[in-house]
Ligand binder design. Structure first.
Ligand code: PLP
Length: 361
């Protein structure tokens, strides 16, 4: 039985009590037989979450490191960044910082990326890779990843590097079926684990290309992760305690089933949308672009988003404020990870109270 969830940030998300307790287990050496067994158990089940018949790897790092590693390992120079929010912006900055020659194809914050524009960009120029964020946590926007992936596959031989940080575990991500080359996700969002680990895939063709890329770094060399993985371990001292947590949480995720998990997240989004409509709250993202894991809402006129966040806090509920340019005008509900309908209903009831309090003041 899970405790009631009142922590609905768009990451980090609520972590179940048994998983939190797993963190307190005594440590084991990371070259011990016990860790090898733990690592193998994790490695055997992670591909089902990432929907690949290939290998699924784990870095002791937050997602940004693996975003950097994907560029450092897979791109010599030419990469196209699809940008419609803060994290895609960050990925572009990473390519600049690494001395690559990145181009950008943008959509305004709140709108989804257009697969046809991607197609046209790929007809104009050859790229080694296309990098995009599946679910822009900053804006609550979900990009049409299958359609974009199809466009990239049909128009080019560019590798597809995909940040699924706030979608993996809550939204369909079909690594093999959609032909994705690097899929990465920090564990602190829809996987409902503490921050500190990032899970990722590296396709066979991405590994082949990486072999031809000079100066992949050390901690950012994905081929080094792959080689160590095949020996049954990690490239550096891993966050062993977080592996205990991952091991346990994988049981929960796979017992629920990926399809059931996705459907639950979709229901949470639909319920939030219905409540918003009844109560005069508008979605900041365009209708076809709304995320299943993060709802980014604008309150009705006369109500300030930061005040809503604060008043929910006074009632014991944690939600996210707006991000970047939308900081003062929106707030974000992270209905991801282990959040159930009953948790969302309780939050929405508290939100209704907050609306009354804001209107009265
Ligand atoms: C979509 C997305 N990408 C990347 C990141 C960066 O993750 P981290 O802070 O774990 O490096 C975040 C963090 O919220 C995110 O939401």
């Amino acid at each position: 039985m899970l405790e009631p969830i009142r922590f609905l940030l768009p990451g980090p998300s609520y972590v179940p009590e048994d998983v939190r307790q797993a963190l307190a287990r005594p440590l084991i050496g990371h070259r011990s037989a016990a860790f090898k067994e733990l690592y193998a158990r994790v490695g055997a089940r992670l591909p089902a979450v990432l929907r690949t018949r290939g290998e699924a790897l784990v870095a002791t790092a937050s997602s940004t490191l693996v975003m950097e590693a994907a560029i450092a390992s897979c791109v010599e120079s030419q990469v196209l960044h699809l940008v419609n929010g803060a994290f895609a912006e960050r990925w572009h900055q990473i390519s600049v910082a690494l001395g690559k020659s990145p181009d950008r194809l943008e959509a305004p914050m709140g709108e989804a990326l257009d697969p046809d524009l991607v197609r046209r960009a790929l007809r104009r120029k050859r790229y080694e890779a296309v990098a995009l964020v599946h679910n822009e946590t900053s804006a609550g926007v979900m990009n049409p990843l299958p359609e974009i992936a199809r466009a990239v596959r049909e128009e080019s031989d560019a590798l597809l590097l995909v940040d699924t940080v706030s979608s993996l575990g809550g939204v369909p991500v079909e690594t093999d079926a959609w032909g994705l080359d690097v899929v990465l996700a920090g564990t602190q969002k829809a996987l409902a684990l503490p921050p500190g680990l990032t899970v990722f895939t590296l396709s066979g063709r991405a590994a082949e290309r990486a072999a031809g890329v000079a100066r992949r770094g050390f901690y950012t060399d994905l081929l080094r992760y792959l080689a160590k993985h095949r020996e049954g371990g990690t490239i550096t001292t891993p966050a062993v305690s977080l592996f205990y947590a991952l091991d346990l949480q994988l049981d929960r995720i796979l017992a629920e089933g990926m399809e059931a998990r996705w459907a639950r997240h979709q229901r949470l989004q639909a319920r939030t949308a219905a409540w918003a409509e009844e109560n005069g709250f508008a979605f900041a993202p365009a209708p076809g672009a709304r995320s299943w894991t993060v709802s980014c809402l604008r309150p009705p006129d006369g109500m300030a988003a930061p005040e809503i966040v604060q008043r929910l806090g006074e009632r014991g509920y944690v939600v996210g404020g707006g991000y970047g340019d939308w900081k003062s005008t929106t707030f974000r509900i992270g209905h991801m990870g282990e959040v159930r309908e009953s948790d969302l209903e309780a939050l929405l009831a508290a939100l209704a109270e907050v609306v009354v309090a804001c209107t009265a003041s």
